[in-house]
Design a protein around this ligand. Sequence first.
Ligand code: CP
Ligand code: NVA
Length: 321
Amino acid sequence: MRHLLTLTDLSAVELRTVLDLALRMKRAYRGGARPPLLARRTLALLFEKQSLRTRVSFESGMTHLGGATLYLGEDVGWGKREAPQDFSRVLSRYVDAVVIRSKKHETVVEFAKYSDCPVINGLTDWSHPCQAVADVLTMMERRGSLDGAKLAYIGDSNNVCRSLAFACGMLGVELAVGSPEGYRYDDEARKHFAAKCPQGKFVFDATAEEAAKNADFVYTDVWASMGQEKEREVRQKAFAAYQVDGKLMKLAKPNAGFLHCLPARRGEEVTDEVMDSPNSLIVDQAENRMHAQKAILIWLLGQKDPGILQSAEKELPKTGK
Ligand code: CP
Ligand code: NVA
């Protein structure tokens, strides 16, 4: 059974296949076509944290594909009414795939261990793989090709940055991370990146300025993620020199694209000027969550039922490569 719990559950070749599918999915959608490639399939969304983009893009995407979604909140008693293995075994008999947004990464890993259907990580404290697929899709669209590209990530070395690092490592994009001391990846994390992406071109100890220099894209995320709200004031002080503003963007390449997974705290990690600039890609990036996730669903369900991939091959426009 294939799952997407971390981006490295895909090989680099599989990631490229998913990206190609996403581009084709977007082209079909923009052309007015919504081929029902997942007709009569159901997707459960099991969320322990708030969400706009992940929830709505999966729900709309599944509707475009002819399937249905079930948003499961507190009322199903996940983690409270019964043992996790019973919950997972039962839910996964009812539906064709499950998206999980959990506080702890171990929760999604445990669910997948007992699941009869594919499980997709919709964000945990450790990673956010669906976001990273949409991010590299956005970069590919903007730049044409990712060959020789440099991405600067400024801010907290967090879940979003971890998945981005895997994506960059798998696709040959240079990644420079600028995080304040105390908010950088530890040795264990760095060894993990090196083991999973031996060809990765990573710098994890840059200043904001060093990271931004000559970058094709500059990315940031909130300084305090969901679950870290109590640390907000301490983090505001620690990250003060890591705000993405117009001055920092000038160190990057001319017309470098700005990325943010959203939601953003305008005036903290990024200024309004950057968020609203013509080089801000944030809305396209958010839209691309939907196309990327439709591709992920097709690819994952297609591993169990190759007929889905064959129909996608027939019904989606080619990327023209
Ligand atoms: N970027 C992202 O995952 O947004 P949501 O938290 O709104 O889903
Ligand atoms: N790092 C953020 C990302 C939100 C999409 C968080 O985990 O809250």
